[in-house]
Design a protein around this ligand. Sequence first.
Ligand code: PRP
Length: 181
Amino acid sequence: MAANVHQDVERVLFAEEDLSRRVREMGAQISADYAGKDLLVVSILRGAAIFAADLVRAIELPLEMDFMAVSSYGNDTKSSGVVRFLKDVTSCVEGRHVLIVEDVLDSGLTLSSVAESFAARNAASVEMAVLLRKNVANQAHVACRYVGFECPDEFIVGYGLDYAERYRNLPFIGVLKRELR
Ligand code: PRP
């Protein structure tokens, strides 16, 4: 790992300007769709934290933020196939419009498990906003109402996405150099 994390990136896939433009568009769409509704934005730690922080600032409605922590990967690069719930929301969910915010949809295991966990909580609605939908075979079907970008199946880091807990602080999304994986 270089002293400057920018130097560990092979190429940029989504530049800072692309991300901020698309996040603003998503925020405007969400603002229109949820006008007059009691909105609870739930972001999934840790990866979605940076996207969620930008997305809520692009939504011009009253809303509440909450967080869940879920892990399916550990420090490995492949899904273990097991979703562990590490932290639940503390807000009241019943009767509210829940928007789950996630950074990336890969196998779909995480979002489908999280969505399922909301099914029994009597929310008024449960929808999902994902920044990146990876183009992978055998992805679980997850009905995401808002998708930022379709993304190739590359080894991506940045803007919340990590490799072994590093690189989340890159302001863009890029492909990690092969020799570092
Ligand atoms: C990543 C990402 C999503 C999940 C997507 O989380 O943030 O939550 O994997 O993959 P899936 O569609 O195959 O389930 P990770 O478990 O790496 O934890 P993190 O959010 O702390 O980085």
